[in-house]
Write a protein that binds this ligand. Structure first.
Ligand code: SF4
Length: 334
């Protein structure tokens, strides 16, 4: 098994809520609340959950684009949250991000060659002509016409702009990339082209990805393992195919049941989630999912379930995992 490239240990990210004339702290939005995961070298770890579950915040904390309230994030065994800014700057070359919005993340006043070449200008001593040569290589690598490098981002389509963002992210030959909702703003047909491009780059460059998306349908094709987040907590982690075939957590089952089936005649036990996601400033007691869970029992509102390995490579935070002995039964929802 490949070694761990990223180790996230008990990471919390709280945002203080200020109120009143004295701007007192009256509470915290617990965006990420005690999350631990590992990402192996060369794998794609898909991270899913509804808006506001903390997945993008976790991605940013892993890259130290935001500080952690507590906990550690290790890259190749070294805690990036205790690095000096000089060490961090060096580390940044190895860790990159692709943003959700290909329209908003590219400076509209910069030529495409300057956008893609910017990391090379900042982090290397390459001459302008060397940078231009590398930009041409990068554009070809991501399937863009390099003769259009002297144009502005608005002259490109949404999918092409995301390719520009990808070219910029791989310019320094990073080891690890966080793709934060990288395909969410794109049409479905363009989504699969960009996902295929990311998979090709992973094979060719040995990249490791944290691929963040809000739906399980998007991450399936690209991910080796998937983690499901709910209200700041990791509720299930597993190998992609086994997690999709047999979800253990009712929330994972609900997300899966929301994916349209290619064969609509084939019946499935649909879990329709009631209500909205509660506020992360005031999460429910016990299991945070209990007000929306069709299998909730008394214990669920009182005792918080810990993320536990219940099968080899399968972790779940639920007192009554689906299909396990003494657990919940999807057929009871018929
Ligand atoms: Fe549902 Fe209880 Fe499991 Fe939470 S612990 S997911 S409420 S069954």
């Amino acid at each position: 098994m490949a070694k761990n490239l990223i180790e996230v240990e008990h990471v919390k990210k709280y945002f203080p809520i200020h109120k009143g004339l004295l701007n007192r702290v009256v509470g915290n939005v617990k965006a990420v609340d005690d999350v631990s995961i590992t990402i192996r070298e060369g794998e794609t770890f898909g991270l899913v959950g509804e808006s506001g579950c903390g997945k993008s915040t976790l991605g940013r904390v892993i890259l130290r684009l935001q500080s952690a309230t507590s906990g550690a994030v290790k890259f190749n065994g070294r805690d990036i949250h205790s690095m000096s800014s000089k060490e961090l700057n060096k580390m940044r070359e190895e860790m990159q991000i692709i943003f959700q919005d290909p329209f908003g993340s590219l400076n509209p006043r910069f030529l495409v060659k300057d956008i893609i070449g910017e990391p090379l200008k900042v982090h290397t001593k390459m001459s302008s002509s060397q940078i231009e040569k590398r930009v041409i290589e990068l554009m070809e690598l991501v399937g863009l016409d390099a003769s259009r490098r002297n144009r502005y981002p608005h002259e490109f389509s949404g999918g092409q702009r995301q390719r520009i963002g990808i070219a910029r992210a791989i310019a320094l030959n990073p080891k690890f990339i966080v793709a934060d909702e990288a395909v969410s703003a794109l049409d479905v047909s363009v989504q699969s082209q960009v996902i295929n491009l990311l998979m090709k780059l992973q094979r060719e460059m040995g990249l490791t990805f944290l691929f963040i998306a809000h739906g399980l349908n998007v991450v399936r094709h690209i991910s080796d393992r998937v983690g499901v987040m709910y209200l700041g907590k990791m509720v299930e982690v597993g190998e992609t195919e086994t997690l999709y075939a047999n979800p253990l957590h009712p929330y994972t089952a609900a997300l899966l049941s929301a994916i349209p089936k290619p064969t609509p005649t084939k019946k499935r036990n649909r879990i329709v989630l009631q209500g909205d996601v509660p506020s992360p400033a005031n999460p429910p007691s016990g299991c945070r999912f209990h007000p929306r869970c069709p299998f909730a029992q008394e214990k669920c509102s009182q005792v918080e379930p810990a993320l536990t390995e219940v099968l080899p490579g399968r972790q779940v935070a639920c007192h009554f995992p689906i299909g396990m002995e003494g657990g919940s039964d999807l057929n009871s929802l018929k």
